[in-house]
Design a protein around this ligand. Structure first.
Ligand code: GDP
Ligand code: MN
Length: 385
């Protein structure tokens, strides 16, 4: 079982391995708050279960707090190697002098845990093994004795550290081996282990893969890690990401309860203003835009209705290039499949509007022709709630 970097780092910290100060955010506002608390430059790191995030755009650095929110927003709305980013780890940015690699895994041939360390960290260990095999230090560990002090020191010496660094480096190695043993890991890895400008070793990254064959010994831990992993599965940034993937031009959440979907920016803005004027509160601005079809409408309904604040959906459409029959088709599909639990109010006009109206009638929706009427009705329905 693989765990997220922030989960592995929590365990590392408990076991005495230095990790950077920081916190986990589930949206950009939270990211900014954590950055503010940390003060100073921060690292923003996408929490996904794939490696090589740095190169894939999942690790960013910012110098000031205002920037933190914007950059976090970008990371939240993206996928890293196919994985949607639901959490961002915000950490103090360290000033790194050099990057090392340390890891423990089972050497199948030696049938023993093996500590691997090299001064050439920050890149994949396989690449180091190819390029500078002589720079990799390996040491088999006796499972009954564990990694002894003198063994850890001899690894440090092989890397070429002076006495003081040898002591602190050995402590990281021994604690890392401790994690490997305590958690029945398949692999523990710190890549890079940063040597900071203050000559401190700090785990800039953390990997801890549990051995599934030992899962029965760690049931509570595994359950809590899994629960933590799925918890904030639905949030504003997750919905914004889905919207982007569906080709929806813009999706911004507001703090009201009327979910608004429009086919153009102008209609959408007008609907926002009118809803406010009628005494209602918009929950979002969702403009389809681009090449609209029934699928896109269907996705917009899925996304907007999954916002727990939304008590009613107001769809306002003006058909120029957009075909009202296609839009209606998307709405009808949503209603048939989802048996919508919240009311839907539709206003449509323009290209193929009669066809659209007929389609909606079949699923029980009397669409409006006049925008004011539709908004008045929507605000009234929500008010009655
Ligand atoms: P990975 O690409 O998924 O392995 O993500 P890492 O956590 O290893 O981050 C990628 C790279 O970002 C590292 O190799 C470091 O060079 C750099 N990095 C990560 N954290 C810090 C930090 O706090 N300060 C600085 N200066 N660089 C960092
Ligand atoms: Mn790494």
């Amino acid at each position: 079982m693989r765990m997220f970097e922030f989960q592995a780092k929590r365990i590392f910290r408990e076991e005495g391995i230095p990790v950077p100060k920081g916190g986990v955010a589930t949206n950009a506002v939270e990211a900014e708050q954590i950055a503010r608390k940390l003060g100073g430059p921060v690292a923003l790191k996408a929490q996904v279960l794939v490696g090589g995030r740095g190169l894939a755009g999942g690790v960013k650095f910012v110098d000031d707090i205002e920037e933190a929110r914007m950059v976090a927003e970008e990371i939240f709305g993206s996928r890293i190697k196919g994985e949607i980013v639901r959490r961002v780890l915000v950490e103090e940015k360290m000033e790194i002098k050099s990057e090392l690699y340390v890891g423990v895994t089972i050497d199948q041939e030696a049938r023993a845990p093996t500590v691997i360390a090299t001064s050439e960290g920050g890149v994949e260990i396989e690449l180091v093994a190819e390029k500078f095999p002589e720079k990799i230090v390996k040491r088999k560990v006796d499972v009954f004795r564990g990694l002894l002090e003198y063994e850890a020191r001899s690894i440090a010496k092989n890397i070429g550290f002076d006495h003081r660094k040898t002591l602190s480096f050995s402590s990281v190695l021994r604690n890392l081996y401790g994690v490997f043993e305590k958690y029945d890991a398949e692999l523990v890895e710190i890549n890079p282990l940063a040597l900071t400008v203050n000559d401190k070793f700090v785990a800039a990254d953390a990997k801890l893969n549990l051995d599934d064959r030992a899962a029965f010994k760690h049931e509570d831990l595994i359950r809590s890690l899994e629960e933590e992993a799925v918890k904030p599965i639905e949030g504003p940034s997750y919905r914004a990401c889905l919207a982007r993937e569906a080709g929806i031009s813009s999706y911004v959440e507001l703090d009201g309860n009327i979910g608004i979907i429009s086919d153009g920016a102008g209609t959408g803005m007008l609907a926002l203003d009118l809803v406010e004027e009628y005494g209602g509160k918009p929950a979002d601005f969702c403009e389809l835009g681009g090449f609209m079809n029934d699928e896109m409408m269907r996705s917009a309904l899925d996304i907007v209705s999954s916002n727990p604040n939304v008590k009613l959906m107001l769809i306002t459409l003006i058909g120029g290039l957009t075909r009202m029959d296609e839009m209606a088709e998307g709405i009808a599909k949503f209603i048939e499949e989802k048996k919508a639990e919240i009311p839907i109010v539709v206003r449509l006009a323009g290209t193929l509007e009669e066809e659209g109206r007929q389609i909606l009638k079949k699923v029980g929706i009397d669409s409006f022709d006049d925008m004011y009427d539709s908004i008045g009705k929507a605000v009234k329905l929500v008010g009655e709630d």
